[in-house]
Design a protein around this ligand. Structure first.
Ligand SMILES: NC(=O)c1ccc[n+]([C@@H]2O[C@H](COP(=O)([O-])OP(=O)(O)OC[C@H]3O[C@@H](n4cnc5c(N)ncnc54)[C@H](OP(=O)(O)O)[C@@H]3O)[C@@H](O)[C@H]2O)c1
Length: 328
């Protein structure tokens, strides 16, 4: 198995979690970890791993790939330097805050034959991937709308909640219908110090984008909508942690709820809407998945991306950054 030597820049809340999974993956060897204050992390990192400054990783000829796990506004500069020095990138989400910067990184990567992978962890959730394939198989019929909730208490940052939490949902939404076919609105509900802490994103098919194909037969191989309407409710001011999604169709509703023991369920309406509004028979199918090991899938996704066994998520990541500029 080919092994990639890796350096990680940023060793905070998320960097520490990433490190655990990168160290367990046989395809990666984490050589060094950088922050602006390497002395502070020396005693905290695993034996045999070097604590250093970011440029030492970027200039290290042995390093094949760099993980960027620094705060969102600081992703671009080390990422660009790493690409200029021939390193692949594992980027924390969102890739950048600014679409021009994302475009610049993509250009350098393409020119130098390098990979950029963004950690959109929800797009590696086994239950969410099953939800998408069930939609495509027509399990809920023609999709009519959707709602998403990501709410929790803190942790507050110097970004709008749309950026910190909303980008996760945008990455999932892009699996259902490409973001560039949708138009978005925002309703800020609670702000503090100029940052939105609770807010709602609304979306619907963009004017001019092709509308859902009414003629699609139920036997059609795909029910994936060409456009979708919905809301994304996001909050840092919510005492109950919520991660849920509902996709409504004319035959049923599919619900993902990460906090449930069985995180995926489909409600089949089981009634003829021509004759009655009330379900004759309520049938629910449950699916069991381990939703608490998704970082392992993400790290393996990066390995498969590097080894050409997984399609790049760069285009999706750039579409998310493009939409986020309305929500910064
Ligand atoms: N995929 C997910 O589900 C998920 C979840 C949480 C967070 N994240 C992402 O992970 C990233 C980091 O978030 P976090 O919560 O871990 O932040 P954090 O706890 O504040 O840690 C940030 C780390 O980066 C270092 N750092 C800060 N500025 C730097 C700079 N200019 N150059 C080099 N190092 C710098 C900090 O150390 P020094 O201050 O000593 O330099 C610290 O080690 C963000 O992009 C966030 O969106 C992703």
């Amino acid at each position: 198995m080919k092994q990639y030597k890796v350096g990680m820049i940023g060793y905070g809340y998320w960097g520490k979690i990433l490190l655990r999974y990168f160290r367990k993956h046989p395809g990666f060897n984490v050589k060094s970890i950088a922050t602006r204050h390497p002395d502070r992390i020396k005693s905290d990192i695993p034996a045999g791993t070097i604590a250093c400054l970011p440029d030492e990783i970027i200039n290290d000829e042995e390093i094949d790939a760099v993980i960027i796990a620094t705060p969102i506004g600081t992703h671009f500069e080390p990422a660009k330097k790493a690409l200029d020095n021939g390193k692949h990138l594992f980027m924390e989400k969102p890739l950048t805050l600014n679409p021009e910067e994302a475009e610049q990184l993509a250009r350098i990567a393409r020119k130098n034959g390098l990979h950029i992978f963004t950690d959109y962890i929800f797009t590696f959730s086994p239950a969410i991937l099953k939800m998408i394939s069930l939609i495509e198989e027509g399990a809920v019929g023609k999709v009519t709308g959707s709602s998403f909730h990501v709410r929790q208490l803190g942790h507050f940052s110097k970004n709008n909640v749309y950026v910190d939490l909303g980008c996760h949902i945008l990455s999932v939404l892009d699996l259902i219908t490409p973001l560039n076919k949708l138009e978005f609105t925002r309703s800020d509900i609670l702000s503090h110090d100029g940052f939105v802490e609770t807010g709602v994103i609304g979306f619907r098919p963009a004017v001019g984008a092709s509308s859902p194909d009414e003629s699609r037969s139920k036997k059609s191989s795909t029910y994936k909508p060409d456009g979708i309407t919905g809301i994304i409710c996001l909050s840092f001011n919510h005492p109950i942690k919520e991660r849920n999604m509902a996709i409504y169709g004319d035959l049923g509703t599919i619900v993902y709820d990460m906090m449930q023991e069985k995180p995926l369920q489909i409600l089949h309406y089981g009634f003829d809407r021509e004759k009655t509004r009330d379900p004759i028979e309520k049938k629910i199918t449950y699916f069991d998945f381990d939703e608490f090991n998704t970082v392992k899938e993400v790290v393996d996704g990066f390995y498969r991306d590097l080894t050409g066994k997984f399609p790049s998520n760069l285009d999706m990541s750039m579409r998310v950054t493009e939409i986020l500029q309305k929500f910064r």
